[in-house]
Design a binder for this molecule. Structure first.
Ligand code: SF4
Length: 94
């Protein structure tokens, strides 16, 4: 049986802490090459390229894999932390 990544991701559940994103971009560095790379790297598709050549992040479906934290390490472009207790991803549905 072949399963698409979108179908597998659909089996996860998220609890979003409204107004308290755990991944944030420094707006002054939103055009950095590291962030642009994340548009293709993030397994959950949280990074989106804008028409202005910048990158935005919507971490609601974040898998908390830490890849963006490593890719952007040392650039100052990203603030990353785990969601507060009780929020974030739940992996027990798939
Ligand atoms: S931690 Fe992983 S899933 Fe979450 S935004 Fe970064 S790369 Fe995407």
């Amino acid at each position: 049986m072949t399963l698409k990544i979108e179908e597998k991701l659909y089996q996860n559940r998220y609890r979003v802490a409204e107004g308290e994103p755990h991944v944030c971009i420094d707006p002054s560095k939103a055009d950095s090459e590291a962030l642009k790379a994340m548009v293709n790297i993030c397994p959950a598709g949280c990074y989106v390229a804008t028409d202005e050549g910048k990158v935005e992040v919507v971490p609601d479906g974040c898998l908390e894999c830490g890849t963006c934290r490593i890719v952007c390490q040392g650039t100052g472009a990203l603030q990353w932390g785990y969601p507060q207790g009780g929020y974030g991803i739940l992996f027990k549905f798939g």
